[in-house]
Design a protein around this ligand. Sequence first.
Ligand SMILES: Cc1ncc(COP(=O)(O)O)c(C=O)c1O
Length: 393
Amino acid sequence: MITEQNLNMPLMKNNISRTDLDAVIAYLSQDDPPLTHSRQTLDFEREWSEWLGVKYSVFVNSGASANLLTMTALKEMFGPGEVIVPPLTWVSDIAAVLQNGYTPVFVDIDRRTLGMDTTHVLDKLNPNTRAVFITHILGYNALTQQLLDELEHRNIPLIEDVCESHGATFNGRKLGTFGLMSNFSFYYAHHMTTIEGGVICTNDRTVYETVRMLRSHGMVRESTLGEIRSSYITNHPDLNPDFIFAFPAYNMRPMRFGAVIGRSQLKRLDQNNKMRQRNLELFLSRLDPSKYQTDFAVEGSCNYAFTLVLNEPETALRDRVEHTLRQHGVEFRRGLSGGGNQLRQPYLRRIMGNEFELYPNVNHVHFFGWYIGNYPGLEEEKIEALCQRLNHL
Ligand SMILES: Cc1ncc(COP(=O)(O)O)c(C=O)c1O
């Protein structure tokens, strides 16, 4: 029931269903269920690849791990240099760039897509650019045809972080199918979940084999290609063929029953996403456009959160918004994705100094933007009531 005081809107609700849990229980009830290596992971990877429209997927233990393995694969395949990144993203995107010895090159966002502004990206491309690592923020597509064409022309890899945008499209094609590699997160609060989990997707066989090895200590036997395994074995006759480590890598293997949950969740992802799209449309259509931004790039979008951004930098209105949301039990996060401008965070201030001042669009959403939960079971009347309250401020 909706009371005057309490709309009771958490960031996410009921994202794991009884059916998902029953699937895990059935799996674990088998006699001696496979808990380390199992077909479940491969089956989930195959089904996810089919759903997305790519050849290969590698399931890992988080979206942050997907970011890290992606940047490590890039380094192993393309060598050192610069990677172009947005200041509005999650910490692990930037951390992955830094941890692999890349120089992050920042560009401001476009207020409508919340992703990197294509013109600014193009300005920063140079012979040292090893990749453009784009983040599709909260379900909005950040790609443009101009960006895709220019990167193809210059032979610069595109990497897509789609951790917040499962199912969103550009020109009718799913995000995560355009880049050399793409990353998704299956954390509980996202479009679909394996509780913790993530995936790296690609159409490139070399990337696939490299990422499979990187996921598991850099071990050569993880490669599915006989030529890769036999060339290492032949070149290293002093080594036990079971223990040849091609790269200094990590253990980022997922819990196997995560794949059981993922397979169960995938069956209803499209249906859930339709409800989320309907909810977002309603939310944006009811907000007062004289106070709040309503012209987001919604075409092909698929959000698990409502984006609420003030048109103007009005501190008093911002305080009233936060007070009202708290008063009515509406959970929110300020700064949109990842707490806002990453350049303001201590880990980047230490190396980039005051560069955070240079990007007005990301600074605006840092101080005057929020996200609010958008989950399939969210009642229309709550969305209407929320907008009414916001419009009265
Ligand atoms: C854009 C983006 N990238 C990466 C991640 C990291 O994913 P995870 O929480 O699964 O590690 C997140 C997390 O929310 C994210 O929003």
